[in-house]
Design a protein around this ligand. Structure first.
Ligand code: C2E
Ligand code: MN
Ligand code: MN
Length: 409
């Protein structure tokens, strides 16, 4: 199958117009052998390259390009099947974007495009991506750096329920256990909140625990289990926000849900404003009016609200249009690989923009790679949760791995 692939990368050294001509000649040689055609743009710091050819050959070339020392920070912008190639021969057409200074207006761009042999791309997404690059987008490389960490001293593990393992009952465990995972503000090197993740007596997953509960008791169990999460945070004397997960229906189906949470906070001397309820979007939208009533009650008592796994479901934007949380947690499927994925970068950038305008705090979830953290940081995300910093720990907290060199206020 014919495939078109577009990526952008950052050059590791400057290329003069002569260097660029030489590079294009080299690439033309290689492309002829591989039956690949394409286009190379350079602006003095960044490359944008279009490759067209047989899928396996294009993929193989892209993988090999990652090891080419002339450039770094490869970001994949497009990879799609095409009915025919857009370039007539196997030349690697080249555009030195530095020479397009002052190119404004779409008409001028079309002239440039025609001179590059881009007529076949007219109206195709690839043409618009190329234009976006010429107009200054896709230039935000993060300097390559080495991941070194400073690790915090271990936190004490909670005494709370570790010594007396909770007994299983038909309704679920008598006491719920939680694994705690920090959400970190790496610039100031602070743990801003800690998320309590439900676990079974032997560390079973939330899904396993919740599916063992009788369906008619699920929302009750979900809500009441939060008493143990609050008790745990209080026992550990956490000096930050405690985030708990609730099914939206756990807030709606229990008439006393908010009163219960407030009572538990009072019982354990945990300030209500240091409690945050995380809700996934999907169920919320189907019971919207009841959900909003519950959220108003939470807010009236000082408890914060977050939308969890944003971008994983289907109702994200329409929910946000009608309800703005204190925090938005961007799902790990969008976060993971962001440093090398153009679509993910464009999505995260727009999320940051609308959250900034609406006063919503963005949290990136599931951060596992240093490169992703670097990109997110440079794009303006400040709060992170993920294995890169700390894994969840049963009834306690793991020490945080801080990126070295970030210790300042
Ligand atoms: P969540 O609220 O999005 O919680 C984050 C999940 O991502 C956790 O999985 C955590 O262990 C995992 N995680 C954290 N960092 C990373 C990372 O860097 N990479 C990867 N791959 N995963 C990471 P966990 O504990 O299995 O929880 C799964 C889901 O179960 C939670 O997702 C939450 O939606 C739900 N859940 C947890 N506790 C409760 C609860 O008390 N009630 C309800 N209704 N749902 C809960
Ligand atoms: Mn959550
Ligand atoms: Mn989540």
């Amino acid at each position: 199958m014919l495939t078109q692939l577009i990526y952008r990368s950052r050059s590791t050294r400057g290329f003069s117009p002569q260097d660029l001509t030489q590079l294009a000649a080299d690439l033309t040689q290689r492309n002829k052998a591989l039956q690949i055609s394409g286009l190379l743009l350079y602006d003095g710091a960044y490359f944008l390259q279009v490759l067209e050819g047989e899928e396996a050959v294009v993929d193989g070339l892209y993988a090999a390009l990652g090891k080419d020392e002339r450039h770094t920070d490869l970001v994949l912008l497009l990879r799609d099947p095409i009915p025919h190639t857009h370039f007539r021969d196997f030349r690697m057409n080249t555009l030195d974007v530095r020479q397009t200074q002052g190119m404004t207006g779409h008409g001028k761009w079309l002239n440039w495009g025609a001179s590059l042999g881009l007529s076949g791309h007219r109206g195709h997404r690839s043409e618009r991506i190329i234009e976006a690059f010429v107009r200054g987008r896709w230039r935000d490389g993060v300097p390559a750096a080495v991941w070194t960490v400073d690790t915090d001293a271990p936190h004490p593990q909670a005494p709370a329920f570790t010594e007396t393992p909770p007994e299983a009952t038909p309704q679920g465990p008598a006491h719920a256990r939680f694994a705690l995972q920090p959400i970190v503000h790496t610039k100031s090197r602070r743990i801003t909140s800690v998320e309590a993740l439900l676990r079974g007596p032997n560390g079973e997953s939330p899904h396993a625990v919740l599916s063992a509960v009788a369906p008619n008791r699920l929302h009750d169990f979900d809500l009441r289990s939060k008493a143990d999460a609050i008790a745990l945070a209080a026992a550990l004397r956490l000096d930050c926000t405690l985030s708990v997960n609730l099914l939206p229906m756990s807030l709606v189906a229990n008439d006393d849900a908010v009163d219960f949470l407030v009572q538990q906070c009072q019982k354990h001397h945990w300030p209500c404003h240091q409690l945050l309820v995380e809700i996934t979007e999907e169920e919320a939208i189907t019971h919207f009016d009841d959900f909003i009533k519950a959220v108003h009650k939470l807010r009236a008592s000082g408890i914060q609200v977050a939308i969890d796994d944003f971008g994983a479901g289907h109702a994200g934007l329409s929910l946000l249009a009608d309800f703005q949380p204190d925090k938005l947690k961007v799902d790990k499927r969008i976060i993971q690989g962001v440093s090398s994925s153009g679509p993910r970068q464009a999505i995260v950038r727009s999320v940051i923009e609308f959250c900034f305008c609406l006063g919503i705090t963005v949290v990136a979830e599931g951060v596992e790679s240093f490169e992703d953290w670097c990109w997110l940081q440079s794009a303006g995300v400040r709060r992170f949760q993920g294995y890169l910093f700390a894994r969840p720990s049963l009834q306690g907290m793991n020490p945080v791995n801080w990126p070295a060199g970030t210790q300042h206020s």
